[in-house]
Design a protein around this ligand. Structure first.
Ligand SMILES: [Mg+2]
Length: 252
């Protein structure tokens, strides 16, 4: 279990980073069916009153905002390729539009015979979901590897029943490092919770800064500790917002 006292004993303020799918929200058969429970949103809102809080997700920023509405947190989307800084300004990695159109057409053609595979187009990334057809993992992997080999602008990012082609320069680790240079994150001890392979780069950055890393669920990880499930994250968040309350100055 996560020891709150060891987190707060240094007196260093805390900043929190959360993955979305599989961490704040249960995975669902289709990505559009995912939602963040109301209790979790309430705890995030409470936490964000006193701490830097950012969502760091593979989803586009617009989707992240949809999930947290009416709350609008600092966020990095598409594995760090899009991000909104704490002042509210949005930044995006750009890729050649013609190349993106060609890759999109190639993926669409390859998936035309497989209605059980889902192609998700993001601003500068593609996600190939095979949750409905787990037996097609090898086929999807080969397709994604072929595109990554032909287009070095992309990096292959495997996830849970998904292969993503994301901009090579983008990573969750880089996104977290960028936030930690800016108020209200600068000088804080980072805490990062995530469940999937894309989160490992974030864990590495947070570990290097002496922060707390939490892997949600099973699987190999460099995270220092674990929570077993999305539900356990929700309960931990609610407990955290209660336990931290006495640490705030009165009137805050
Ligand atoms: Mg996730």
């Amino acid at each position: 279990m996560i020891d709150l006292d060891s987190l707060t004993s240094s007196g260093q303020p805390l900043a929190f980073f959360f993955d979305l799918d599989g961490t704040l929200a249960e995975l669902q058969p289709r990505p559009e069916q995912v939602f963040i429970p109301a209790e979790t949103l309430a705890a995030l809102e409470q936490l964000a009153r006193h701490h830097g809080v950012a969502v760091v997700s593979g989803r586009p920023l617009a989707e992240i905002d949809g999930f947290t509405a009416p709350l609008r947190l600092a966020a990095a989307g598409v594995h760090g390729a899009e991000w909104r800084d704490p002042q509210g300004k949005t930044h995006r990695v750009t890729l050649d539009a013609e190349m993106l159109a060609q890759v999109g057409a190639r993926l669409e053609a390859a998936l035309a015979e497989h209605p059980d595979l889902l192609l998700e187009r993001k601003s500068v990334a593609f996600a190939l979901h095979y949750r409905q057809a787990p037996d097609k993992e090898a086929l999807v992997r080969e397709l994604a590897e072929g595109i990554a080999a032909d287009h070095p602008e992309f990096k292959l990012q495997p996830g849970k029943c998904v292969f993503e082609l994301k901009p090579a320069a983008a990573s969750k680790g880089e996104a977290i490092a960028r936030f930690l240079e800016l108020e209200p994150f600068a000088g804080c001890l980072p805490v990062f919770l995530g469940d999937d392979r894309t989160d490992e780069e974030g864990f590495a950055v947070v570990n290097a800064r002496g922060g707390l890393t939490v892997k949600v669920g099973e699987g190999e990880t460099v995270a220092k500790t674990r929570l077993p499930s999305v539900q356990a994250v929700a309960l931990w968040l609610q407990q955290l917002s209660r336990d931290l309350a006495p640490h705030y100055k009165q009137g805050d």
